[in-house]
Design a protein around this ligand. Structure first.
Ligand code: GTP
Ligand code: MG
Length: 216
């Protein structure tokens, strides 16, 4: 087997840095779009549908683990094709309807490509997990070419986010094999979170109607 030289390693390191930068730029571009939406929405409707956002790049370590788990070939091209969540954006909204507003906003931006939509709100996972997942391709102008870079976007309410964060912690605390009775409790908690979301949505609609009547 041929030995790797220092130059080979340097070249690989540079390529990896450039590869990860592409994903970072895609997140930066989405961040700007989200900021525009927030400010414009505030101005037009006097309220902001987004509670908070979280942008994250997969660490090289967890990327390697996933490549290994998925059994895909270790090349930049193959990683790019098979691993869709190297760049992740999580948008936490105030109300249920805001989630679909965010989806619409992305769908209406003609330079974005929506590759996939997984609606775990209309079809929750058996454990109770809810969120809207979108796979987007974001145009990124590199110095010498245009790249469409994949970003996984998770859109959810505060209640969904609260549930998912705690479920994630419990899952890892029990080393991914959670006792049966806790699974049932978690599912019950997801149902309560969902009922709360629907109640808050009703209140929100009622308040919006009152506001509209007052202004007309
Ligand atoms: P991966 O290959 O693991 O990314 O799965 P996938 O491509 O089938 O994607 P899926 O839509 O199922 O989930 C992607 C991401 O959503 C995960 O990395 C989590 O951040 C989140 N997620 C999905 N299911 C759950 C869940 O049951 N609990 C929690 N807390 N998060 C979840
Ligand atoms: Mg994932």
């Amino acid at each position: 087997m041929s030995q790797l030289t220092t130059n080979d390693l340097k070249r690989f390191k540079n390529e990896l840095t450039r590869f990860m930068m592409m994903y970072k730029f895609a997140l930066d571009a989405l961040e700007t779009r989200i900021e525009i939406l927030k400010e414009e929405f505030q101005l037009l409707h006097d309220y902001n549908p987004i509670e908070h956002t979280k942008y994250r790049l997969k660490s090289p370590e967890s990327l390697l683990k996933k490549v290994y788990r998925k059994g895909c070939e270790f090349s930049f091209a193959s990683v790019r094709t098979h691993i869709k969540d190297i760049a992740g954006l999580r948008v936490t909204c105030s109300f249920l309807s805001d989630i679909y507003r965010i989806q619409e906003m992305f769908e209406h931006q003609s330079d974005l490509k929506v590759l996939e939509i997984k609606d775990y709100i209309k079809n929750p996972k058996p454990n109770g997990y809810q969120s809207l997942h979108l796979l987007l391709e974001v145009p990124v102008y590199m110095s010498d070419r245009l790249e469409y870079v994949c970003v996984e976007v998770q859109v959810r309410t505060i209640a969904m986010d609260f549930w998912a964060s705690l479920e994630h912690k419990i899952f890892y605390k029990y080393n991914q094999s959670v006792p049966e009775h806790l699974l049932a409790e978690l599912k019950g908690a997801a149902d309560s979170a969902s009922a709360l979301d629907r109640q808050m949505e009703r209140l929100h609609l009622e308040i919006e109607e009152i506001k509209e009547k007052q202004s007309s």
